[in-house]
Design a binder for this molecule. Structure first.
Ligand SMILES: [Zn+2]
Length: 300
């Protein structure tokens, strides 16, 4: 008589094991789903290309973190935000800057260079080649010489491959002089390309710099030239580049009135969404097909 009970018990036992197994299976499947979702998100941020537009007040500083691990810093902001830029880089875990770019020798772009050069190992430095002769440029060039950092002045057409991504030099094609601002017009203009997503980084080029650059390549993301000044952007540029979004870097209540109203009007006419560092740091992440933007929404 006890046998059926045992059997029943055994049978119950087997059933309960089955139920437990199926619960464990469900839990494992759920965990796998959660992990693969999280891993998918991580894939975009960790394996993709990330660009940070730092809030440095009235100035420029942009960090690109490449999928293969390299860091490229385009400009270092002014002297007043130098410590802030270094702190931001450290908080992001940056240990080395592979390419440090000085788009042109104005203080709001290279004032923070000394602090950056003294805080991180630098692979090499790219400069526009325009000799401004200012104290801030001389001190940057002295730092480069003292630390024996590789230094180059690449021209339009030069391409640096960085893993699956690339850094293209768009301008200057040749040095230009006699313009409203030779420093601005000789700005290094770069395009960062990863898959189908490109960023056009225009420094502070003005009318003559744009003319000298020739036809601009397309880019989903446009770093607006010269902090949104009227001389930095025109309809030809927007037609050629055909950006989806524009990143503006300017300080709140700056004395130049940046961004200028006519530039913001052009963006509206071309249906370009605008983001501004005035609202804080901006982060763009791309997997080479799509991209996401965090922060900085709604420039003036
Ligand atoms: Zn500037």
């Amino acid at each position: 008589m006890p046998t059926p009970i045992i059997y029943a018990g055994a049978s119950m036992g087997r059933r309960s094991v089955k139920i437990k197994n199926s619960l464990i299976l469900k839990a494992v499947l759920l965990l796998l789903a959660v992990l693969s979702f999280a891993f998918g998100l991580l894939n975009i941020s960790d394996d993709g290309l990330t660009m940070y537009a730092f809030d440095v007040g009235q100035g420029d500083s942009f960090l690109f973190r490449f999928p293969s691990g390299e860091n490229v810093l385009i400009d270092a902001g002014g002297r007043s935000s130098a410590a802030k830029v270094v702190a931001k880089l450290r908080s992001l875990g940056v240990e080395k800057i592979d390419i440090l770019v000085a788009t042109h020798p104005h203080e709001d772009h290279i004032g923070g260079m000394t602090e950056v050069i003294n805080s991180f190992p630098i692979g090499k430095i790219w400069d526009s080649g325009y000799n401004h002769g200012s104290g801030v440029q001389r001190s940057m060039l002295n730092d480069i010489r003292d630390k024996k950092i590789r230094f180059g002045r690449p021209r339009a057409g030069f391409v640096e491959s960085i893993g699956d991504a690339r850094l293209e030099v768009i301008a200057p094609r040749s040095p230009i002089s006699g313009t409203n601002s030779d420093a601005n017009n000789n700005s290094l203009v770069l395009r960062v390309v990863y898959g189908n997503v490109a960023f056009l980084m225009t420094g502070d080029i003005e009318v003559e710099g744009r003319r000298n650059a020739g036809v601009f390549p397309r880019a989903s993301i446009l770093k607006v030239s010269h902090h949104g000044s009227a001389n930095g952007t025109d309809s030809r540029l927007l037609r050629e580049v055909s950006p989806d979004i524009a990143i503006l870097s300017y300080g709140r209540d700056n004395s130049y009135g940046h961004p200028h109203r006519e530039v913001m009007k052009l963006f509206r006419e071309f249906g370009v969404r605008t983001y501004a560092t005035e609202k804080g740091d901006i982060k763009i992440v791309t997997d080479g097909r799509k991209y996401s933007v965090e922060g900085g929404a709604g420039a003036k």
